[in-house]
Every structure is written in C-alpha cells, then in structure tokens.
Ligand binder design. Structure first.
Ligand SMILES: Cc1cc2nc3c(=O)[nH]c(=O)nc-3n(C[C@H](O)[C@H](O)[C@H](O)COP(=O)(O)O)c2cc1C
Length: 301
C-alpha cells in the first residue's frame, strides 16, 4: 500500500473533502442577496438545526439532575407524610436526608403479604415493574377499582423508626389510582396499629389545580390524620364523601371531606384507598402486620 492510500490519509481526505464542500456551500449562501428566498430558508434551517442540537444536548446533560430531583421529591413526600419533618422544612435537602435515616425500606410480596429479600430494594421501581411481564401483572377488571390496569407483584413499604431503639412508629404504603385526568401517585402513612391514618400525600398527579389538584393541599390532607381505614369486618371503608364530614355522626371516623367541585378526583382517591388497602393490594400484608402487632422493626420483619 503506498503512503498516499493509507486508511488514515483516505479519511483525512474525505474529511477535508466535506469541509471544502461545506465552505463552498456557506460561501454560496453568503453571496446570496439578504432578501432572497433561498438565503431566508437556508438561515432558518441553520438556526433550527442549531437549536435542535442545543435542546437535545441540554436534555441529555440535565437528565441526571432531573432523576435526582424526582427522587428528592419522592423522599420529601415520604418523610413529610410520616410527620418526620414539616412541609416548610421539606425544602431543605439535608433535613430530608436526615429524616430518611429513620426509615427502613422493605419489599413486600403482595400476594403472600410477606416481606421478601428476593428483590433488590434499592433497584426496585414499582412503576417500571408494573409493565414488566415477570415483575408485573394485569389486574382483573372486577378488582381494578383504582383503574390502574396493571401493578407490580411486589411493593416497597417504609417502616418508620420511633424514638426508642428500633421501635416501630409508623408504616408508609405507596398508593396510586386514576382521578379525572391522571393517575395519582402518593403515599399513605399509617400509625403502627396498621389501621389509623397518619397522613396522605401525592407526589405525581395532573388533576386541575384548584379543583382535583387540591389533593396536595396541606389543609385538606391534615383532616386525614386519625381516620380509620377498616370497619369492624376488616373491610377498607375509608373514603371521601360529598361535602363536609359531621364528626357527631356515627361512621365519621371512616369519612373525609370531598374536594369541592372535584367529585371525580374525590372518587378516585376513595377508589385508590379501597384498592390498595383491600385484598388485591396491601390487604394480606396488613392482615399479617396487624396480627403480629410488631412493636419493633425486628418484629415487623
Ligand atoms: C376545566 C375543568 C377542569 C376540571 N377539573 C376537574 C378535576 O380536576 N377533578 C374533578 O373531579 N373535576 C374536575 N372538573 C369538574 C368535572 O368535570 C365534574 O363537573 C365535577 O367532577 C363534578 O363535581 P361536583 O359535583 O363536585 O361539582 C373540571 C371541570 C372543568 C370545566
């Protein structure tokens, strides 16, 4: 092979060939009159190309930051719903991280209601798993009261440590269900008795702000505290009613004020409680949990 024909030389040649062609094209465009149609189109295409490349590169570069922010938002939701920090403190990432040290995350097999170590808790993503043929399942239509179609076979539960050494203080369950416009994803925190509500919050929903979007209003969420989930027969009956709850009426401990002008979102919230606290959701797990009445994280394991 002569020196002239080496692969390096041929690629350099083709590279400089392209550069020459590009220079010639740019020269041709520059030489066109400013008000010509060809130059206007060429400049518009050039600007569009530049913007497209810029936006694509920005999206790729910002992706890790977006993922980290999403995780922080979910963590904030978890620690505030458990009452470990206040809503106003949730803006401080250090406080969120510190509060998280009081929480142990476990995986539950929803069918058996047992904790399992077969799934890596750090890698598990219930939303992704729902669509996975191995890790997810289709919810039979008659059971799908929350209108979510599929769910993961496993779920993360969060055990909240109390003041005493490894004392169990609360339990946080992920919940999701369809509202009017969107699937609402959130957390329900229960006291250690497994049946009294400590708090509820939603980290991902697209209901109308001021109407269904009031599911995230702290004032409305505060009225959930102390509500009971299960009736005497052990059925999950907690739900939203139209209007305000009359505390003097029997059964008010199972009722929460509906959201004004958002009956469909309110219905969606009632449905998601019914589903996730029922037989097809955390029912088997909560049944076992309540029977064992764990006072410590060890006991809950
Ligand atoms: C622009 C617009 C947005 C709405 N957003 C919601 C919503 O997020 N959640 C909801 O339940 N209803 C929403 N509604 C109202 C529903 O269409 C329906 O009228 C309402 O749920 C009935 O509730 P009410 O009986 O409390 O009035 C919206 C209506 C309009 C016109």
């Amino acid at each position: 092979m002569s020196k002239k024909d080496t692969p390096m030389n041929s690629s350099q040649n083709s590279g400089s060939g392209y550069k020459q062609k590009l220079d010639a094209l740019l020269g041709k465009i520059r030489s066109l009159p400013n008000d010509s149609l060809e130059k206007t189109i060429a400049v518009a295409v050039g600007v569009s190309l530049f913007c497209a490349v810029f936006v694509s590169l920005s999206a790729v570069a910002l992706r890790p930051l977006q993922v980290a922010n999403k995780k922080l938002d979910i963590d904030k939701n978890i620690v505030t719903v458990a009452g470990l920090i206040s809503e106003s403190e949730a803006g401080e990432a250090d406080l969120v991280r510190k509060a998280l040290t009081s929480i142990e995350t476990r995986i539950v097999d929803l069918e058996t209601g047992e904790f399992t170590d077969a799934i890596d808790v750090n890698a598990f993503d219930a939303r992704k798993a729902a669509g996975d043929p191995e890790l997810g399942m289709e919810i039979p239509r008659q059971d799908d009261v929350a209108h979510i179609k599929r769910r993961a076979k496993y779920a993360k539960v969060y055990l909240v440590k109390g003041d005493g050494k490894d004392k169990l203080d609360a339990l946080i369950l992920p919940v999701s269900g369809y509202g009017l416009w969107s699937t609402m994803y959130g957390f329900l925190a229960l006291e250690a008795d497994g049946e009294t509500v400590r708090g509820i919050n939603f980290y991902d929903q697209a209901e109308t702000p001021g109407l269904g979007g009031e599911v995230v209003n702290p004032k409305w969420r505060a009225i959930w505290k102390g509500k009971k989930i299960f009736n005497k027969q052990g059925e999950p009956v907690l739900g939203l009613i139209k209007g305000n709850v009359d505390p003097s009426k029997p059964g008010s401990e199972y009722q929460v004020d509906g959201l004004a002008g958002a009956t469909l979102t309110s219905q969606g919230v009632s449905n998601l409680i019914k589903y996730w606290l029922g037989e097809s959701g955390f029912g088997p797990f909560l049944e076992k949990f309540k029977q064992s009445k764990p006072k410590t994280l060890e006991g809950a394991a």
